[in-house]
Design a protein around this ligand. Structure first.
Ligand SMILES: NC(=O)NCCC[C@H](N)C(=O)O
Length: 275
């Protein structure tokens, strides 16, 4: 995880496509609330520093890399302003002695927010503005020799090419057999794959999804059915509780809704331990 600091303070909201509620000081405060929930979950956190490199989006550590059983994969960002984040991830993995399996290179682009592990042998990637076919083909070449099937599914354009729509904007896995989805924006073949894989789907209430710019659905599972979401979206919360989830919330209007990324985007999971 990377705690936001001077780079977020220096961010020009127009350049970064941050919304009306953007307020760096408030976002940094809200991040502390989020981080304390992740710490309370018992997760071990590897911290990266914002020492003023100007990379305001780098707090969204989900995106510049991906982790597989064979090592970390350094990705190649589709959003030009975020390209330099990948080298910082490479250094972080090196410091933690985590092996690196490979790197996505031009003309291929893949962002972590477009990648969803359905199980340990199936990776689904959303093909859209941020991740392209060349990048997905590179991922497939890296992973197929390790017995992993990589599926690429087209994403809709939704709010246009300057906005952030990842595959993880329309699905949050909550457990091996449970996910929260916004079905109207899911690639139809992905919806069918989820159903045929026996994954139960909770439909995110549409009014909250739209009011939150999609962030009501961005829910981080720190353990099976143990989840963290942005506060204020009670119908979504109740739908997850009805499916047996324990839900914690934090205030995220300035941090998440304004900067277009929620709790899943603010973390890059490295290792999940079997309970
Ligand atoms: N995985 C995610 O959906 N990440 C959110 C990234 C938000 C960031 N402002 C971006 O546009 O890339």
């Amino acid at each position: 995880m990377r705690r936001p600091g001077p780079s977020l303070h220096a961010a020009d909201p127009e350049q970064w496509h941050y919304g009306r509620n953007f307020d760096a000081a408030k976002a940094i405060d809200q991040y502390a609330g989020f981080a304390s929930l992740v710490m309370a979950s018992g997760s071990t956190i590897l911290w990266m520093d914002d020492a003023g490199d100007g990379l305001a989006d780098a707090m969204f550590t989900h995106d510049p890399s991906l982790v597989s059983d064979a090592g970390a994969i350094l990705l190649n960002m589709g959003k030009a302003l975020r390209r330099a984040e990948v080298d910082a991830h490479e250094r972080a993995y090196g410091n933690a002695r985590i092996p690196i399996l490979g790197r996505i290179v031009d003309p291929g682009t893949v962002e972590g927010g477009d990648c969803v592990w359905l199980d340990d042998k199936t990776l689904v990637v959303g093909r859209g503005i941020r991740s392209n076919e060349a990048g997905i083909a590179q991922l497939r070449a890296m992973l197929s020799v390790r017995g992993v099937e990589v599926h690429g599914f087209d994403l809709p354009l939704w709010q246009g090419e300057t906005a952030c729509l990842h595959l993880m904007s329309v699905i949050s896995p909550l457990d091996d057999d449970l996910a929260l989805v916004f079905a109207p924006l899911l690639p139809a073949p992905f919806y069918q794959l989820l159903k045929s894989s026996g994954i139960a789907l909770i439909e995110a209430p549409e009014d909250e999804f739209r009011a939150s710019n999609g962030l009501s659905l961005n829910v981080l599972a720190t353990a099976p059915r143990d989840v963290i979401m942005i506060g204020g979206f009670d119908a979504t919360r109740r739908a997850m509780e009805a499916a047996g989830c324990r839900v914690s919330t934090f205030a995220g209007d300035a941090l998440c809704i304004a900067c277009e990324g929620g709790p899943t985007c603010l973390t890059r999971p490295i290792l999940r331990q079997a309970s």
